[in-house]
Write a protein that binds this ligand. Sequence first.
Ligand SMILES: Cc1cc2nc3c(=O)[nH]c(=O)nc-3n(C[C@H](O)[C@H](O)[C@H](O)COP(=O)(O)O)c2cc1C
Length: 431
Amino acid sequence: MLRESATFDRAVIDEIQRAAREGMYDIRGFGAKRRVPHFDDLLFLGASMSRYPLEGYRERCATDVVLGDRFASKPLHLDIPITIAGMSFGALSAPAKEALGRGASEMGTSTTTGDGGMTPEERGHSETLIYQLLPSRYGMNPDDLRAADAIEIVVGQGAKPGGGGMLLGHKISPRVAEMRDLPEGIDQRSACRHPDWTGPDDLEIKIGELREITDWEKPIFVKVGATRTYYDTALAVKAGGDVIVLDGMQGGTAATQEVFIEHVGIPILAAIPNAVEALQELGMHRRVQLVVSGGIRSGADVAKAMALGADACSIGVAALIALGDNAPEHDKAYREIGSAAGFYDDYQAGLDPAGISTQDEELAANFDPELGGRRLANYLRTMTLEAQTLARACGKSHLHNLEPEDLVALTVEAAAMARVPLAGTSWIPGA
Ligand SMILES: Cc1cc2nc3c(=O)[nH]c(=O)nc-3n(C[C@H](O)[C@H](O)[C@H](O)COP(=O)(O)O)c2cc1C
């Protein structure tokens, strides 16, 4: 009998062999692949006798959300609480960025720039565009700050809290190089610390500066990877953020060391209650909005995140899959580069046959931004309908009315992290 070792399974053996051959850690895209407590470990209770459900066809369940009305004179009014996360032009092709804008705009939601700046295609096709200000400052341009609808200061990402960005040389095309002020074809590693501020005190000054540049019109988001979330949330609120973006350890990335993706940060399920606790203690829950991300895949995930206290969710990898990433029609081409449809995670390589995570013009031409945008809109529509179905079953006339009381956990771990009772009991471990 062939018996696989639980400690040295095939993936571990492969990785040791790869490391011995190459002498370098593995870099890849996508998100964490290990199983961690997640929204699948929660269930909705639904209404029955003690709660009254809403009628699916006749009774409205609203989905709109306002982001950034603490200080900004022009907060974002979105029709659905699912936004497109920041993904850089450089990591993604220009047509893929355009498709994200098309899909998001069709559904009345926002999309976000990324490391490397704003492209005209993206601005042109995004009704609501959030502009990221990152430690790298690549593509940073005050005119683009003003052209955006909101600004997101990136402190960290869930896939790599404490780590900087990476864009490997084969993706530094002439256009990417020009936007980032970099030489073509050379690996780029960007800073993990913001050069403009070192802590919450001078972050407050930076936020003031951004408000002045944009006439106090644009909401300022602060994005953090989920780690010491209670303190990070409190500090971001103190520094004057309008919106906190919280990205769990399952969060996607374009290129990060595998060891980082799998071993740093905490699951989004554990982080949301920490952030909500900090906001509630400061009297800021719902005043400063909480947008969460990291492995959101369905309307059920959205509804559960919102029941735990999030105001909206953001998606990265799922949006790329909706555009056509990992699609079966590309299986043959994926196999030619050593992968397969459903497994492709080499976003760093620039060889994407779907034309999404590449800067190769021929490959990018495989991707149709109009079709991609329609697929993304369909996916966002489906997620919204799913979340509404669940909310109505819990008797809620707005997704925001979902609450922790609507949830139970399937495992002791999820109950302890999400701070909801283990199913069939009133036990919340640690409460
Ligand atoms: C291809 C790709 C590129 C990304 N680029 C950036 C970036 O430039 N800036 C950033 O803050 N996060 C970036 N992210 C992370 C996303 O903004 C988001 O935090 C993450 O994808 C959410 O998790 P999910 O992919 O499981 O939905 C990127 C993610 C992907 C998949």
